[in-house]
Design a protein around this ligand. Sequence first.
Ligand SMILES: Nc1ncnc2c1ncn2[C@@H]1O[C@H](COP(=O)(O)OP(=O)(O)OP(=O)(O)O)[C@@H](O)[C@H]1O
Ligand SMILES: [Mg+2]
Length: 506
Amino acid sequence: MVMTNSHKFMSVSTSEQTQGKHLTFRREAIGTHQMKEASGLLNTIRQALHWHQVQQDLRQHQHQLQLLEARFRNVINKNADSIIIVNSFGLVNFANPATECLFNCKVEELVGQALFGSFVAEKPACEIDTAIMPGGGATGTADTRIVQTQVDITPRYGDKAVAEMRVVETEWEGEIAFLILLRDITARLRAEEALRQSESRFREQAQALQQALDNLQQTQAQLVQTEKMSSLGQMVAGVAHEINNPVNFIYGNLAHVSQYTKDLLELVELYQQNYPNPVPAIQEKRQEIDVDFIIKDMPNLVSSMQVGTERIRQIVISLRNFSRLDQAEKKPVNIHEGIDSTLLILHSRLKAQPERPEIEIIKEYGELPLVECYAGQMNQVFMNILSNAIDAIEESAGRKQTAQKPQIRIHTSIETEQRKQKTGQKDPPIPHSHIVIRIADTGNGMTEEIRHRLFDPFFTTKPVGKGTGLGLSISYQIVKEKHSGQLKCTSSPGEGSEFVIELPLH
Ligand SMILES: Nc1ncnc2c1ncn2[C@@H]1O[C@H](COP(=O)(O)OP(=O)(O)OP(=O)(O)O)[C@@H](O)[C@H]1O
Ligand SMILES: [Mg+2]
């Protein structure tokens, strides 16, 4: 009916025409019949005008709607992410052009196809995030669940890809449907992987550089220490050599001196017995020189000279032993001899000082076999540890008046441990023996922090000029690398320190 009217009045399309007719009718309205006819016509015209307005509004709305749709379509078509709508059976209802690139096929080929399983598969071991989006649910008011995960994309042709998938519940033509957003992250993942690899390469390079730096530092430390020790060794060897010859003259002749003195004294006694009354000159001389005292004292004198020269000889032997720095090969060595000669060199440092009594050395030597080692290098180790012990005792004596007697205890032993064989679990363990040298002092001890850095090259807590911080780092290298042994330290502040050297017995 409405449509009929609309057609009927489609001819009255412009306002000028309508207004013209209106004026004509007003002038001709004379009789009642004419009046009625006129009012009916007026009504029709009014309706026509109203309908025309409605149509205009509709066209405008349609136009606006088209603009809006074009805008949204543009957004969806130009979106780089793939936008797909699947129904509740997982069949594709809609897909945007970006989907064609992702799956390498036309949208028409996708519509009606099952998306999951064939084109999209869940990535193994990939986390699924879920979140709630307030409002926007299928019903418009309820909250919407959003699922987000990574998926493998199998396109119709070409290489697989990886995409970040977001699934949101929505509505499509009055039915529950799912909006699926797929973002291709293959390139990003590849870039991330490349970045990770280059990062790990950089880390490796940095580690290698750090290692090279450490090695360089150690070599430098070794060179400085070797230089120090070799000049000390050369000096000690030179002094020992210089003393050795004159001492040997004395030592070698003392035996004859002793014998001659004995003979001469016997002769004097014989004279006394056979010539009890010599001439006055002899009697005077006898009284003057107190012959009886000389006869009594002479043997003591000679024997104390013998003891003295014997001691000097020992010192010379020790100095030579200590300065054996140039020994290139390992040799069976008496460890106790090495410790003793080091102690001998340090003897003057052990003596009492104004601020502390003498440092007592307690030797608790066990039965040790000869140990295959570089004698000179092991002496360096003993030297470093013992001089550190003396330094620590001196420092603690300078700080507090301690009732404890300063001591350095040196304990040696053989220890055996049962080690599992590498070949098999069932094989019986093999006993491994090593010698253990413990050097403990009553010094000021050290903090945990110092203990951790003890063997670092150039680490020292001593004032400039007193310590180079090389002693223990060199000792560690000598024990660990040159002798496959262990060098450990236990200590706590105020409690003294103990250094333990373990050398394997092969
Ligand atoms: N027995 C000890 N008691 C307390 N601290 C010690 C002891 N031995 C070593 N230390 C600490 O370890 C640091 C490093 O010792 P290391 O022998 O390597 O170097 P240094 O004695 O300082 O110098 P040098 O190169 O002259 O030996 C010392 O400065 C000291 O702080
Ligand atoms: Mg030192």
